[in-house]
Design a protein around this ligand. Structure first.
Ligand code: UFG
Length: 342
């Protein structure tokens, strides 16, 4: 089993990045954080150190598209691996701002690859997404199912995967794991780290949490006429600490195979929006008001992972249940009613 290493984490102050940093620090890795705080806050970095009980090796406020700043990060350390989260991730926003999405997500990835190549760092875990599968004709989804992105956000993730495939094909010293995660939700069980959306949340679980807390009046369920058991959208929600653990385990498997490998990170269990509302109501002890409204453009009926490939490759599965996702999200909401601002 490979030992502790020095890991660069981009987008480290974000939702998945911050939880992954805690997981890495708790397992003895040296972690260097980079974030431009465009959709996160330096307070997340304080919380990472507090939860992990020790600080990261270094923290940089830098944009990956700032070539000089990124060069300084690489010149200051000797990295064994990079975990690349930094990206824009709101589906609706990506439809309105496609250029910004391609620039940040694809341009940020190629800028990072350039810096890695120039500094002799060749091991990368890339944050990909189940949204690549788009309007799936069947579930559960395996990694070999076709990509059918339905919005610019999903297309940027798919394009990044193509870039990474190509880089690995031409530069055999590179080894890359692209993790397609399904819907990461929940929070750290300490209640200190969680998801802190700017403004009104786009994603369903933070939205429900704010309804439960009385900050929003009701959930709008986007359609109940999908071909699913109760008509509402079905997703494979995965606890953010399972996603974080998946990244930590991925570091140990980067050298299993040469080149590029794509793996799903999901539970294999689908939950409808109505089921999620019921689970949250049970946890917070009060009904969540909701109304059914029209479908959201770009949404799909059902996305559920087949998690067999990662289980076979690493002997690892996401274990946390929906109840712990909901409990942890609610605890974080209660302890941090205004996000990291308080
Ligand atoms: N939904 C509602 N009301 C809302 C928000 C969402 O009914 O206010 C429904 C959606 O229609 C969907 C389900 O809840 O059926 C989940 O929607 P999310 O917006 O939470 O997540 P998506 O499935 O759209 O996935 C997107 C990205 C993923 C990313 C995920 C979490 O496509 O890559 O958000 O960030 F992982």
């Amino acid at each position: 089993m490979p030992g502790p290493s020095t890991v660069l984490v981009t987008g480290a102050a974000g939702f998945i990045g911050s939880h992954t940093c805690v997981e890495l620090l708790e397992h003895g890795h040296e972690v260097v954080l980079v974030d431009n705080y465009s959709n996160s806050s330096p307070e997340a970095v304080e919380r990472i150190a507090k939860v992990a009980g020790r600080p990261p090796a270094a923290v940089y406020e830098a944009d990956l598209l700032d070539r000089r700043a990124l060069g300084e990060v690489f010149e200051g350390h000797s990295f064994d691996a990079v975990i690349h989260f930094a990206a824009k991730k709101a589906v609706g926003e990506s439809v309105a701002l496609p250029v910004e999405y391609y620039d940040t997500n694809v341009g940020g990835t190629t800028a990072l690859l350039r810096a890695m190549r120039d500094h002799g760092v060749h091991r990368l875990v890339f944050s990909s997404s189940c949204s690549i599968y788009g309007d799936a004709t069947k579930v559960p989804l395996t990694e070999s199912d076709p990509a059918r992105p339905t919005n610019p956000y999903a297309t940027t993730k798919w394009l990044c995967e193509q870039v990474l495939h190509d880089v690995c094909r031409r530069l055999p010293e590179f080894s890359v794991l692209a993790l397609r995660y399904f819907n990461p939700v929940g929070a750290h069980s300490s209640g200190l780290l969680g998801e802190v959306p700017r403004g009104v949340p786009d994603n369903v679980l933070p939205y429900i949490a704010q309804v439960a807390a009385g900050r929003l009046d009701r959930l709008r369920i986007f359609g109940d006429d999908y071909p699913t058991p109760d008509g509402t959208g079905v997703r494979d929600y995965i606890h953010v600490m399972d996603v974080a653990q998946g990244h930590r385990v991925a570091l140990d498997h980067l050298d299993d195979e040469r080149g590029m490998r794509v793996l799903n990170l999901g539970t294999g269990r689908g939950t409808s929006v109505r089921q999620l509302v019921t689970a949250f109501s049970d946890t917070c002890g009060t009904p969540i008001p909701f109304e059914i409204v029209a479908r959201r453009p770009g949404d799909v009926a059902e996305l559920v992972a087949d998690p067999t490939a990662v289980a076979q490759a690493w002997g690892w599965t996401a274990e946390r249940e929906l109840t712990s996702m909901v409990d942890d999200a609610w605890r974080f909401q209660l302890l941090n009613p205004s996000g990291y601002a308080n």
